[in-house]
Design a binder for this molecule. Structure first.
Ligand code: IMP
Ligand code: MG
Length: 371
């Protein structure tokens, strides 16, 4: 089962599975059967959306029944009369029969109004209506719905017969339209520029998840994990941990936060290939990087800041000027290329990183607010 799918131009996230649908159908069948007893009902599915529901419903139905389908055709009328609905395909004689309409989904209830209008005119014995999905927040009609399978919030869903512009009906599970796009920001800047400090403030302001690859590696090193042991070999020398390791680790973290409003990537990506991998990974989720926000600080000021931090941070790579210089070299030779990468997509935002923490936060917020 896929977490995110794309239909036409839109992305949909997994919402609920076939098991839930099966349970709802079993319960619907039981309620209908309890009410109708020995009666032989005519089940009428409203096409197209209800075909799967009807198929599964009548397979569960424990006694004799008939089934047929109709289609509600909408005709664009003249400007004054608007939309007219009419039933297509009903050839059975329903005189004195118990009719149970099977609907896939009831949203505003406009379709339901038409259904009642049409069936109220027929000489049937009784009319019942069952719907698999129902949106109580949207439904505003004073009409009875006798049986409701699953109530859902006001979301647009696809799958199990339901479509988005023709697609998605064949999905076994239900997916919901993805609406709120994430704010995904790459916080960028040379070592000591204040990325961590600012990320900590901004993640609270914007309710984002802060992913510092450096912190994750350091945690792993501290806990002596397999990843930590590998990462330590590189980090102690002031080298970058290889892309493949970093990317896999980052994907794990992102995937753990399924409902996040977005991420602040701090210390990642550091190479063009990491940036490409990140773009690809986010695109599969229907997401993207909104921008790279870079703190620009002169190098001499940075060396002084890092040496100061090294007195308290306990980070071995903070304490020796030679190692610090090596990190700058890495930064300049490999990482700064990323500026070009994001600039080419019009996603580079340079921020003056000299000033008080508050001043710099303020400058960053001005950019974050635009995303
Ligand atoms: P109504 O608003 O209750 O009249 O629903 C009209 C029709 O819109 C339904 O029969 C469905 O065909 C379609 N519809 C409403 N909500 C959804 C949804 O979430 N996904 C797919 N189709 C929907
Ligand atoms: Mg329908």
């Amino acid at each position: 089962m896929k977490q995110t799918i794309k239909l036409h131009d839109k992305f949909f996230n997994y919402y609920l599975g076939k098991e839930k649908i099966d349970l709802a159908i079993q319960s619907l069948v039981q309620q209908v059967h309890d009410d109708l007893g020995d009666e032989i009902p005519v089940f009428i599915g409203i096409l197209n959306g209800s075909f799967m529901f009807v198929a599964d419903f009548i397979r569960e139905y424990p006694s004799d029944c008939e089934v047929t389908f109709v289609k509600l055709a909408s005709y664009e009328g003249t400007k004054s009369t608007g939309v007219v609905n009419e039933l297509v395909g009903l050839s059975e004689d329903l005189t004195d029969r118990t009719v149970v309409i099977l609907e896939d989904i009831i949203d505003t209830g406009n379709t339901l109004v038409k259904i009642y209008e049409i069936f109220d005119k027929l000489p049937i014995k009784q009319l019942r209506l069952a719907t698999l999905f129902f949106k109580p927040e949207v439904f505003k009609k004073a009409l009875p719905i006798d049986y409701i399978g699953i109530s859902i919030p006001d979301r647009f869903i696809v799958g199990y017969g339901l479509d988005y512009d023709g697609l998605g009906r064949n999905l076994k599970d239900i997916y919901e339209l993805k609406t709120n796009r994430m704010k995904n920001i790459v916080l960028f800047g040379p070592p000591g520029a204040g990325k961590g400090t600012q990320a900590n403030i901004l993640k609270d302001t914007y309710k984002l998840i802060h992913i510092s690859t450096g912190d994750i590696f350091r945690d792993n090193i501290k806990n002596n994990t397999e990843l930590g042991i590998i990462a330590k070999r590189f980090m102690d020398k002031g080298d970058l941990v290889p892309d493949s390791i970093t990317i896999e680790m980052l994907k794990d973290v992102v995937n753990k936060h399924r409902t996040a409003k977005g991420f602040i990537f701090d210390g990642f990506p550091r190479t063009t290939s990491q940036a490409e991998a990140l773009d690809k990974f986010l695109a599969e989720k229907g997401e993207q990087i909104n921008g790279m926000v870079a703190l620009e600080v002169p190098q001499d000021l940075l060396v002084a800041r890092i040496l100061e931090r090294g007195k308290t941070s306990g980070r071995p790579d903070d304490q020796k000027e030679k190692k610090i210089r090596n990190r700058f070299n890495e930064y300049h030779t490999k990482t700064e290329i990323l500026k070009d990468y994001y600039q080419a997509q019009n996603k580079y935002f340079g921020i003056n990183g000299v000033g008080t923490i508050e001043e710099i936060t303020q400058r960053l917020k001005e950019v974050f607010d635009k995303f």
